[in-house]
Ligand binder design. Structure first.
Ligand SMILES: [Zn+2]
Length: 154
């Protein structure tokens, strides 16, 4: 009997006489072979473009800012005194299991710590210094939002 390739319509050729496996002789066809007994059709794995699972651009964009903001906070706290630095970083760790590098995403951590442990001057000095250190970066949306949130009353 002659079986036709379902893809390219050429006649299929039996692998070995009696094997009941019919394969397509067309090298450009993705059809590999047909198991006549079961009707199972085998095709070459279709080459698909690897879809890279890139994170969204906004996330890529945020990582260096987390670091920038973290370093600016760290540097500011150190300038304000080792006791302030130690207290804030210890509180971040203890209360939130966080570091200064988590502050861009979680401004409330830093805000709460500053509010409960220091007077408002410390907060305004910190904001001013972070702003200065970041320079033009302070005007990136995510960073200026962070500064606003730290500064906010609620
Ligand atoms: Zn074929």
């Amino acid at each position: 009997m002659i079986t036709i390739c379902p893809d390219c319509k050429r006649p299929l050729i039996e692998f070995d006489a009696g094997s009941e496996n019919y394969h397509c002789s067309n090298p450009n066809c993705s059809f590999q072979y047909l198991e006549l007994m079961t009707g199972k059709q085998h095709r070459k794995a279709v080459q698909t473009e690897e879809i890279e699972n890139n994170p969204p651009v906004s996330n890529l964009d945020k990582k260096p800012k987390r670091i920038l903001v973290g370093l600016a906070i760290e540097s500011t706290l150190l300038n304000m005194g080792h006791s302030i630095f130690d207290k804030v970083t210890a509180k971040l760790k203890y209360d939130y299991d966080a570091t200064v590098f988590d502050c861009l995403d979680n401004p409330q951590y830093l805000k709460k710590i500053l509010e409960t442990n220091f007077d408002s001057d410390v907060r305004s000095v910190l904001i001013k210094s972070v702003k200065t250190l970041l320079g033009e970066f302070a005007y990136y949306d995510s960073i200026s939002e962070f500064l606003d949130k730290i500064n906010g009353r609620n």
